[in-house]
Design a protein around this ligand. Structure first.
Ligand SMILES: C[S@@+](CC[C@H](N)C(=O)[O-])C[C@H]1O[C@@H](n2cnc3c(N)ncnc32)[C@H](O)[C@@H]1O
Length: 289
């Protein structure tokens, strides 16, 4: 199982009878897979560093615009309180203004909705975009880091070596990428940031290790959680999940508008005489598309 499989299983485990959950894949990668599994999944992405139009970047270009959306102004292009679950894989380390992003994710999550983020944090040993250990521990723009990267590359370490040419060119390219596209944070900082916008911040590295590697390595079954947590945090990163505070006194408020319910369930657009106009408007645009 890979990260996509892990996240798909995480979503499936939250599916309750008869309700098709509405999911946002923030920084897309999972949308087609989840939709194939009959999950009502949408995506949005800033499509950084792509070098071609986002539509060409997607394996299924037909989803672009309706199901998968660009975020030209940095806002998530979906209504408030729209998603039951938000997933993101290998995205948060690329987000510079994480507070604005978390505020946006909190806005589009339904009360009681869940967020799960799988991504590398600062304490990971090997930097995943360069393939060189500890290179992300140096300060940005550090000269020393450039020499360190060159030395590691000369010793044979690093990704994309063929594509990026000489040792110097490779090290400059990768260090520039780290400066511009990565923003590593420590776990305590991440927990504090996630906790400012969501509640019940939980770390799921042990469960992640068991699900991802349990069938491949039998030793995983006998290792204590603490060991698995340490290994995952060192080798891959963190698995943070949290929830948006439920609305006080709300009684099944998310059934106000339920075009995502599976056939056979009654569709209630009105409840207690209340219409969620922005959701109705969004549904109308979907129908017109
Ligand atoms: C390493 S890729 C992961 C893509 C996908 N989640 C997957 O697992 O295949 C990182 C993605 O995050 C997106 N990204 C970077 N910064 C972002 C931001 N501030 N908001 C949304 N997406 C962002 C990039 O455009 C890119 O598609």
């Amino acid at each position: 199982m890979d990260n996509y499989g892990y996240l798909a299983a995480w979503v499936a485990a939250r599916r309750t009878d008869g309700v098709l959950l509405r999911v946002l894949d923030y920084g897309c990668g999972l949308v087609s897979m989840l939709r194939d599994q009959r999950v009502d999944c949408y995506g949005c992405d800033v499509f950084v560093n792509v070098g071609k139009p986002p539509r060409e970047y997607l394996s299924d270009g037909t989803l672009f615009g309706s199901v998968i959306k660009d975020m030209p102004d940095g806002r998530i292009p979906f209504p408030d309180e729209f998603f039951d679950i938000i997933v993101n894989n290998q995205v948060m380390e690329h987000v510079q203004d994480i507070e604005s992003t978390l505020a946006e994710l909190q806005r589009v999550a339904k009360p009681g909705g869940s967020l799960i983020s799988v991504f590398p944090h600062k304490a990971v040993w090997r930097e995943g975009h360069c393939g060189v250990a500890f290179v992300h521990w140096f300060p940005k723009h550090s000269r020393l880091r450039l020499y360190y990267a060159m030395a590691c590359r000369a010793l044979g370490f690093g990704y994309h070596k063929e594509r990026l040419g000489s040792i110097g060119a490779w090290a400059r390219d990768r260090c520039r990428y780290l400066d511009e596209q990565t923003f590593y944070r420590t776990l305590p900082e991440l927990r504090r940031l996630f906790g400012s916008y969501f509640e019940n911040v939980t770390q799921g590295e042990a469960n992640y290790a068991r699900q991802r590697f349990g069938s491949r390595y039998r030793v995983v079954a006998v290792l204590p959680d603490a060991v698995l947590v340490a290994l995952v945090r060192m080798a891959a990163g963190c698995v943070l999940s949290c929830e948006k505070k439920p609305r006080r006194g709300a009684v099944e408020d998310d059934t106000v508008f339920t075009p995502h319910r599976q056939p056979g369930n009654s569709t209630a657009i009105f409840k207690n005489g209340v219409v969620k106009l922005r959701e109705l408007a969004f549904f109308a645009t979907k129908v017109l598309e």
